[in-house]
Design a protein around this ligand. Structure first.
Ligand SMILES: Nc1nc2c(ncn2[C@@H]2O[C@H](COP(=O)(O)OP(=O)(O)O)[C@@H](O)[C@H]2O)c(=O)[nH]1
Ligand SMILES: [Mg+2]
Length: 450
């Protein structure tokens, strides 16, 4: 076997020469670039081919060669072996395995043809490529590459994804046979269902949305979601803080199961009314306070905030405490948590409130982490007292808010405040339907309320 080296401005050119000189039987041993193309000179590629020993040497036409036109003339077997030793191991293997090498060689020739046609194609594409390059440069400078535009693009992609999800949505029947959720509403249906909203409310709201949404809105998943969210927001009863504080004197009583956060919420509100958001004169009463720890906790808060505090055990005490705090704009009354099932105790509390002869604004304090059925049962039992509003605590500890939504809808008890952490006084906010609906869709998000 003998080796021949050919040069060209491209591998294709060098191979064409090799083929021309050595014929189709020549085996390609290696191709490599000897010199890169520069501004002043073309590239230089080397192709080494091998030929079975022939009696007649191939005729090399020097006119066909380019560049330095260096051609390794056919050499004897020894020099071929020497050369093959200096080449890579794989090259020598190719030299030995002539049948496999033939296949490789054919492939290489084919590739070279493809390469030359792709080079031609590339040449033809040059004007388009430079146009694209130019467009890309412009894109980088134009606002569409800015983060806010990327955000918009991501939103569009989300919409497309939602549409795709809806397309693979199997129409589902809810617990009632005649209730069908069309695919375009699948997304909001699934989210709301997962939030823990009651099946009854889910069905009612979905029906209303499907029936009342103008058909032109149904094309966009974003519009459907927005429409649905607005509908939910309108349904949540919320009490504006202003309405409560406009009265000449406000007495607020906090009731609810043990550990939900009555005392903590009272302390947060005391700070809010006295100096955080307003500058009302605030007084505190602890009622039915046979638990030493409970009283101590509140006395500590009152001392820190320099607020007057009274403690009462029965109707008589309570009335006296109210009298002593008569110059306060707002009086906050803490009660020791009672079991919602202890109706006797709850009855006594209602009696004390009633016998005071004052209008008392009763806040039922509930934890967002309580199950929907339990919330409703607690409400039933505490309804022995005329309840005015609900404070939802521990929103920061909850993942699903459909329970609170359904509770408010079912009882029509307006939400007044929401506890969003243990920090006194910071972790409290006015109840907001925006916050609640956002939490239904995305879970609790700290940044939404700050
Ligand atoms: N994470 C969180 N914890 C709260 C919140 N409100 C109260 N807590 C905690 O709940 C626990 C019981 O609170 P407490 O006010 O004593 O409940 P009470 O028995 O109803 O008076 C305390 O550890 C509070 O720090 C809240 O909004 N978020
Ligand atoms: Mg307490």
């Amino acid at each position: 076997m003998k080796l021949y080296t050919f040069m060209g401005n491209s591998p294709a050119e060098a191979l064409q020469k090799a083929q021309k000189v050595c014929g189709k039987d020549a085996l390609v041993v290696s191709t490599k670039q000897l010199k890169k193309k520069s501004l002043s000179s073309p590239a230089l590629h080397e192709v080494v081919v091998a030929l079975e020993n022939r009696e007649e040497e191939p005729k090399i036409d020097l006119q066909d060669l380019v560049g330095t036109k260096r051609v390794i003339e056919p050499k004897q077997k020894e020099s071929s072996e020497r050369l093959s030793r200096t080449r890579s191991k794989s090259d020598s293997v190719i030299l030995e395995l002539s049948s496999q090498a033939k296949t490789l060689s054919d492939r290489a020739f084919k590739r070279s043809a493809e390469q030359s046609s792709s080079i031609k194609a590339k040449e033809n594409l040059k004007p388009q490529l430079s146009k694209m390059q130019h467009a890309l440069e412009q894109m980088e400078q134009t606002p569409s590459a800015k983060p806010e535009n990327l955000k918009q693009e991501i939103e569009t992609l989300h919409q497309k994804l939602d549409t795709l999800t809806s397309l693979i949505w199997e129409e589902k029947r809810d617990h009632k046979e005649n209730f069908i959720v069309p695919p375009e509403f699948a997304h909001i249906y699934q989210i709301t269902k997962k939030s823990g909203i009651s099946p009854k409310h889910l069905e009612e709201i979905m029906r209303a949305t499907i029936q009342e949404m103008p058909s032109y809105m149904k094309n966009s998943p974003t519009t459907i979601t927005r429409y649905f969210q607005v509908l939910l927001k309108k349904m949540v009863p919320i009490r504006q803080e202003r309405l409560l504080l406009d009265a000449p004197q406000t007495i607020m009583m906090f009731v609810g199961p043990t550990g939900v956060g009555k005392t903590t919420s009272l302390a947060k509100l005391a700070a809010r009314y006295a100096f955080l958001s307003y500058s009302y004169k605030v007084g505190i009463i602890t009622l039915d306070s046979y638990r030493i720890g409970a009283v101590e906790q509140l006395y500590t808060y009152a001392k820190m905030m320099k607020l007057p505090i009274e403690s009462a055990l029965d109707s008589y005490d309570f009335k006296r405490s109210l009298d002593r705090l008569s110059d306060c704009d707002i009086i906050l009354v803490d009660t020791v948590g009672s079991s919602p099932y202890d109706r006797q105790k709850l009855g006594k509390l209602a009696q004390v409130a009633q016998e005071s002869g004052k209008k008392i604004d009763a806040s039922l304090v509930l934890s967002a982490t309580t199950k929907r059925d339990d919330l409703e049962e607690i409400y039933e039992n505490f309804s022995l007292l005329p309840l005015d509003n609900a404070i939802i605590t521990k929103c920061d500890e909850s993942k699903r808010f459909g329970n609170i939504f359904s509770f408010a809808l079912e009882t029509n008890l307006p939400l007044s405040y929401m506890g969003v952490g243990q920090e006194v006084p910071d972790d409290l906010m006015s109840a907001s339907s925006d916050f609640l609906v956002d939490a239904i869709f995305h879970g609790y998000r700290h940044e939404v309320h700050v």
